[in-house]
Design a protein around this ligand. Sequence first.
Ligand SMILES: Cc1cc2nc3c(=O)[nH]c(=O)nc-3n(C[C@H](O)[C@H](O)[C@H](O)COP(=O)(O)O)c2cc1C
Length: 152
Amino acid sequence: LSTKTLVVYDSAFGNTEKIAKAIGEAIGGDVTVLKASGAAGSLTGVSLLIVGAPTYGGRPTPPMLEFLDKIPATGLQGVKVATFDTRLTSKLVSVFGVAAKKIAASLESKGGIQMTPPEGFFVKGREGPLVGGETQRAAAWGRTIAERVQAA
Ligand SMILES: Cc1cc2nc3c(=O)[nH]c(=O)nc-3n(C[C@H](O)[C@H](O)[C@H](O)COP(=O)(O)O)c2cc1C
């Protein structure tokens, strides 16, 4: 992709990091992949922002919430965005909610334009591992976003 892309993730056990890196590689070109705790202030010139976090209690992790908080109220005007999370396969997930939808609402409220619905990638337990095939599915998801950005 020829536009400047930033992928921001949080990760305690490495699973969300693997998904974030797979998405970044799939998009290619001018892509930076950063952990949320070090990503504040890296939005300058970014035209595609992809953000993902583990789901904790139905919400994004605290470092991700902090990153989102630091984005100025109109800081994403005209920026294309897409969001993802990692989550358990358990039925409880639907009761508590998922991180990706909350991240999407935050980015959209600051002007971000959603390129695709929030997506979830599955882990087998709190520490992982990822369910088989999820990094490949993440790469395919990234390629779809790149195609949509190119066509827009
Ligand atoms: C404190 C805590 C709360 C969690 N709450 C949820 C939850 O509400 N829904 C869910 O699907 N997974 C939940 N999980 C599982 C996490 O989604 C899982 O640990 C995460 O996907 C792993 O990502 P990471 O390897 O990048 O840290 C929770 C995990 C922890 C440690």
